[in-house]
Design a protein around this ligand. Structure first.
Ligand code: PNS
Length: 171
């Protein structure tokens, strides 16, 4: 039987609960979900591609349905090599739509065999972005329920100055 493989690409700098919600939704529809982490030197990221992959892999121990890889170059080429016919993107709000449509149509032009499928994350996460997660963490406020504890620990290590993250720090 043909395996239904989907690629879920992104920067994931870092992964948050909105992303995880989409991955779980993909798992109900596809046999394999390849989380494809963009390794793009031009885009200044907080975490290296290897760190981002490691952080995501840690969240799916023993889950063979979820594979996590770095990619560079064209997404449709990566998807083709992964044996995927579907690229999944999360849509949070109308503001995401224009950029997502441009990417989906360009990807269709580059490889018409690959379809982009949009999924809406749970409403509670519709405002969540990696950029805001980093900003809120750097300012010492709580990210409870927005990122997994292992990701929060890594964010604090990287963003909260030593001595500022202990007891008494704003949460
Ligand atoms: O989470 P992001 O940063 O919005 O993800 C963007 C991503 C990785 C999906 C996009 O930048 C991408 O696909 N990059 C690969 C380069 C590519 O294929 N470009 C041409 C198609 S638009």
């Amino acid at each position: 039987m043909t395996q239904r493989v989907a690629v879920y690409p992104g920067s994931f700098d870092p992964i948050h609960h909105g992303h995880l919600d989409i991955i779980e939704r993909c798992c109900t529809l596809f046999d394999e979900v390849v989380v494809a982490v963009l390794a793009n030197e031009a885009k200044k990221a907080l975490f290296s591609p290897e760190e981002r992959v490691a952080m995501i892999r840690e969240l799916f121990p023993g889950r063979t349905q979820v594979r996590v890889e770095n990619f560079s170059g064209l997404l449709v080429e990566f998807a083709d090599q992964a044996g995927a016919r579907v690229v999944v993107r999360g849509l949070r709000a109308v503001s995401d739509f224009e950029y997502e449509m441009q990417m989906a149509l360009m990807n269709r032009r580059l490889n018409p065999r690959i379809e982009t499928v949009f999924m809406m994350p749970r409403e509670d996460y519709s405002y969540l972005s990696s950029r805001l997660v980093k900003e809120v963490c750097a300012l010492g406020a709580s990210l409870d329920g927005l990122v997994p504890p292992s990701v929060l620990a890594r964010l604090r290590e990287r963003l909260v100055p030593r001595g500022a993250g202990g007891e008494g720090a704003r949460r």
